[in-house]
Design a protein around this ligand. Structure first.
Ligand code: AHM
Ligand code: MG
Length: 346
């Protein structure tokens, strides 16, 4: 086993931090599934011999959130489920692409963890050959969870209970970015050997930034503090922030957060008034929570504009949330603007 492999890193975590060997085996299984997804993404129209456009195009179905599923959403979901259901490390799985949690088939042993994932994040980028990813989160299975129990309530734990969070980004390189609660590490997939090789240890997000990521086409629907924040950024040097800002938007949370993980920045997907009953577009349990754990572990911050994302007590598996995540001082600044508006209203 190479000294800079994923297995080597996780064994080090076992020895130095006492992480559970079963958690290591679970993470290795997820990583193997991500390699398979990476292979499918890389094949594109050639997957399966090129029949029916390979992995590209619509699956002709919708998920529980009413979104049209792409073929790759469904394929990536199947890859993750098949890889993880028989290993004996899980008590259940939940996914953006499945209405309800999936129990472990009786034929297989059950473990003590719950795995949640967004199998293919940034689906609108699939056809245009732009970076996409997989996001995952691991929670402990509650002590009282019975053997045949796959109820959603067991998954409804705040993000600070996560024991592992990670994402794979399928870009020019495939990378796996991971935390088991002891900092953030990055692995790059060596396509020759099929191994994830440790290429960056102790990832840190700079506390200050001049770069924001937001879908500006929604600006007219935002609430006052959000509008004010972006107006201040756009005012640049002459405005209250006294510095020019740059903007980036890839439309794949994995890719936008990965850029922030590398060089700082702030990613925002706020509540907007088009659907006032929905707190935002992104999902708490398998998008915001794992990204919040990773970014906090790298020294950044993540809020919904009012409170720390990792402290939100979920009430529904597919619940949505407003997301402001990235460089610590910038997240604190925009959260402060929201708090000031709430105080003024009170
Ligand atoms: P998905 O998980 O169905 O792909 O949707 C989530 C994605 C995020 O990755 C991205 O930040 C956002 O939706 C893009 O939204 P928009 O279409 O407004 O640009
Ligand atoms: Mg997503």
């Amino acid at each position: 086993m190479a000294r800079n492999s994923l297995t080597h890193y996780l064994i080090r975590c076992e020895r130095e931090h006492g992480i559970d060997p079963n958690l290591r085996l679970l993470i290795e299984t997820v990583a193997r599934a991500c390699k398979t997804i990476s292979h499918a993404v890389g094949k594109g129209a050639l997957w399966g011999g090129g029949a029916d456009g390979g992995v590209l195009g619509s699956a002709g179905s919708t998920n529980v959130q009413g979104e049209t599923q792409k073929k790759l959403d469904v394929i990536a979901n199947e890859i993750l489920v098949e890889a993880n259901e028989w290993g004996g490390h899980l008590a259940g799985m939940a996914s953006e692409e499945m209405d309800n949690p999936l129990g472990i088939p009786v034929a297989y042993p059950r473990g003590h963890y719950l795995l949640l994932f967004d199998p293919l994040d940034g689906s609108s980028n699939i056809e245009v050959n732009v970076s996409i990813g997989t996001i995952f989160s691991v929670l402990p299975a509650p002590a009282g969870m019975a053997d045949d129990d796959d109820e959603a309530q067991h998954f409804l734990q705040p993000g600070h209970r996560q024991v592992c969070a990670g994402y794979a980004v399928y870009g020019p390189q495939t990378m796996l970015v991971l935390t088991v609660g002891h900092g953030v590490v990055t692995f790059t997939l060596d396509r020759d050997t099929g191994s994830f090789v440790l290429t960056q240890e102790n990832n840190r997000v700079p506390p200050d930034t001049r770069e924001f990521a937001v879908n500006m086409s929604n600006a007219r629907h935002w609430d006052a503090p959000m509008k004010r924040y972006i107006d201040e950024c756009l005012a640049g040097k002459e405005g209250p922030r006294g510095k020019d800002f740059n903007m980036r938007w890839i439309a794949s949370m994995v890719s936008d957060v990965h850029r922030i993980m590398q060089r700082g920045g702030i990613f925002l997907y706020p509540w907007d008034k088009r659907e006032p009953d929905k707190p935002g577009k992104l999902r708490l349990m398998y998008e915001a929570n794992p990204m919040a754990m990773l970014i906090e572990q790298a020294g950044g911050a993540a809020t919904d504009g009012r409170q720390r994302i990792l402290d939100i007590v979920p009430t529904r598996l597919h619940q949505r949330v407003s997301v402001m995540i990235g460089s610590k001082n910038e997240v604190e600044y925009v959260t402060g603007l929201h708090a000031a508006t709430s105080r003024a209203a009170a």
